[in-house]
Design a protein. Structure first.
Length: 252
């Protein structure tokens, strides 16, 4: 169990290191809605900037979660090692409860909102089809579902439901702070069209929809924690396959 989790950490860390230090990155053009008052421009996403999208935030949080849970499993299986402190165990659980539903949210937003918007705008989905990006948008959900169905089956508790939106709220605040700095010569910018504050009520509605979708995915993980506990491997496989089929996207 520990080695399986550490393998996931290696994949996540490898993609992060590759995107930050070894890859040329990309230039992102946000396809704003027609009502937007912002100037559409190209935003360079290279080096550390590749770790600033919400996709990267959730990807790296998932890696940290698996690193902590992998260490817990390793200490449990190793003789002579002291078990982690109760606080470490609590934080590891909260990390997973935060990261798991975010992965499905990222995959779903890419499939049903960002990809169609790019097709309707510039039509250039080259960066979305890059292997690095496909891992961020698809492997993230696969890894979280793998934990829920086939690895340790970490529980997701409804009593902790407030923790997931707090992560999203933190990113919204980060988006507002970063808006003047993506392209100072072109005015405020957002890398996600639905974060555009010039849309007025449209921006608030988009955020509320994202919150509701996130809560649905949190509920799915919470239900799975109970239902999958007493079911066979076919039920586990169906759970993973059904959700992957719902949110994955690889091409136009």
């Amino acid at each position: 169990l520990a080695y399986a989790r550490f393998a996931c950490v290696a994949l996540i860390s490898g993609v992060t290191i590759y995107a930050t230090f070894l890859n040329e990155g990309w230039h992102q053009t946000t396809n704003y809605l027609p009502k937007s008052k912002l100037q559409q421009t190209s935003i360079p996403m290279t080096g550390y900037r590749t770790q600033l999208p919400f996709t990267s935030w959730s990807w790296n949080l998932l890696g940290l979660s698996f690193a902590m849970s992998g260490y817990i499993a390793y200490t449990a299986a190793s003789e002579g090692m002291d078990p982690p402190s109760p606080w470490f165990l609590r934080i590891a659980l909260l990390m997973y409860e935060t990261a798991a539903p975010q992965t499905l949210l990222v995959s779903a937003v890419v499939r049903y909102a960002i990809w169609p918007r790019v097709l309707a705008g510039t039509g250039d989905t080259k960066d979305l089809r890059h292997p690095r990006t496909l891992l961020w948008h698809n492997a993230n959900s696969a890894i979280a579902l793998l934990e829920a169905a086939f690895l340790g089956g970490l529980p997701v508790l409804m009593s902790h439901v407030a923790i997931a939106p707090m992560f999203g709220i933190a990113y919204i605040l980060f988006s507002w702070v970063m808006a003047p700095y993506w392209r100072p010569d072109c005015g405020p910018q957002f890398i996600y069209f639905f974060m555009d504050t010039t849309l007025g009520k449209g921006n608030a509605i988009a955020i509320m929809i994202l919150l509701m979708v996130l809560m649905v995915f949190y509920g799915l993980f919470a239900i799975a924690s109970t239902l999958l506990a007493g079911s066979g491997i076919l039920a586990h496989a169906f759970f993973v396959f059904a959700l992957c089929a719902l949110v994955f996207r690889f091409n136009d």
